[in-house]
Design a protein around this ligand. Structure first.
Ligand SMILES: [Zn+2]
Length: 352
């Protein structure tokens, strides 16, 4: 077989299994090469059906590390229902420590609904949206800012689907117990996993848990607790598996002092972009509350040392949600973004 995507998963089997999604893709080094995407299943009878995925972008590590740990720790006898775990979803990107797959430059989170006859990333997206997502009730896709970006730790949903489904997504997002909840507006046809989940009739939950191509004890603690909270909220488990006072490298959860603050990005004026080559120096970090006109940072030109660095100022008020980590920037790079704090009523009131 030289096309498509195949697997030998038995979705009715109880217990614990480790298998692969196989995507044939002939390369110079290996004529019969197959991309091997690890897929773990843990099942104990009928009940909630949850899909946990990380490595949608390869260089976002909290989910990748914790979903591997979750698979090792999960005891089928202690769950009700089933969980499918993809710790390294776009596996070639994970192995290359890159956002996109080096095989086809495929950005999985821009590849949905995919193409069954396309390159590996598009075949994978097609399988996820059309075959794997619909076998579940909830899809949790774990992201971070990646190598080039710091991101405010926040749960994320897209404003998708019916009012009932959006309300349930908001409820589950709140259950993650993160300090911020970002409600994205990408539209029903978006190429993202969350829009794909909505098209598949599944609740989609996501989040940005760190950034910079690394993890910290704090970002791991947030993510571990979010995964545990989701599994408990849907009734798949009744006790934390990754977080809490258990031995063997279980980080204590970071304290959260305030209820989840909901955020939205709804205007291009909330971002500052580089318009030429330069070097970015931020004046504030993620989490800062800023007003319109506040200093966001400076843009230096190391090729024009006689010129003063340019002051960059926010056009909109809000909370800094992400910023570029790499100082070296080109025209078109997003340097810093502020999100607008919103109330839940403002989101549910506008449900599609
Ligand atoms: Zn990502």
């Amino acid at each position: 077989m030289h096309t498509g995507l195949y697997h030998a998963l038995d979705f009715a089997a109880d217990g614990k299994s480790l298998d692969f999604l196989s995507i044939p893709f002939s390369v110079d080094r290996s004529p019969y090469y197959q991309v091997k995407v690890p897929v773990c299943r843990v099942r104990n009878g009928t009940g909630p059906r949850v899909l946990l995925m990380a490595g949608n972008h390869g260089d976002e590590y909290e989910g990748e590390l914790l979903l591997g740990r979750l698979f090792r720790r999960l005891d089928p006898a202690r769950i009700r229902g089933e969980v499918t775990i993809l710790p390294a979803t776009n596996a070639p990107a994970v192995m290359a420590a890159r956002r996109r797959s080096p095989l086809d430059d495929g950005n999985l989170n821009r590849a949905f609904p995919g193409d069954p006859a396309g390159t590996p990333t598009f075949r994978l997206a097609h399988f996820l949206e059309h075959e794997l997502f619909p076998r579940h009730d909830v899809v949790f896709d774990i992201h971070s800012g990646g190598t080039s970006m710091a991101h405010l730790p926040c749960a994320l949903i897209e404003r998708q689907g019916t009012p009932d489904r959006l309300a349930r997504a908001l409820e589950l997002m709140r259950a993650l117990d993160m300090p911020y909840g970002f409600v994205a507006e990408n539209g029903a046809a978006a190429p993202t996993s969350m829009a794909a989940a909505a098209r598949a009739g599944v609740i989609g939950i996501s989040g940005e848990f760190g950034g910079g191509g690394t993890v910290t004890p704090e970002t791991i603690a947030y993510t571990a607790r979010a995964i545990d909270n989701l599994l408990i909220a849907v009734g798949l488990t009744d006790a934390p598996v990754l977080s809490g006072p258990t031995p063997a490298a279980a980080p204590a959860a970071a304290p959260i002092a305030t209820p989840m603050q909901l955020l939205q990005l709804d205007s291009h004026r909330q971002a500052i972009y580089a318009l030429r080559r330069g070097w970015f120096e931020p004046a504030v970090d993620v989490g800062a509350r800023v007003s319109a006109g506040d200093l966001a940072g400076w843009f230096h030109d190391l090729t024009r040392l006689d010129q003063p660095e340019e002051e960059l100022r926010f056009q909109e008020a809000g909370i800094v949600i992400s910023r570029r980590l790499h100082s070296d920037s080109e025209a078109g790079d997003c340097l810093i973004q502020v999100a607008r704090p919103v109330e839940e009523a403002g989101i549910l009131g506008r449900a599609a």
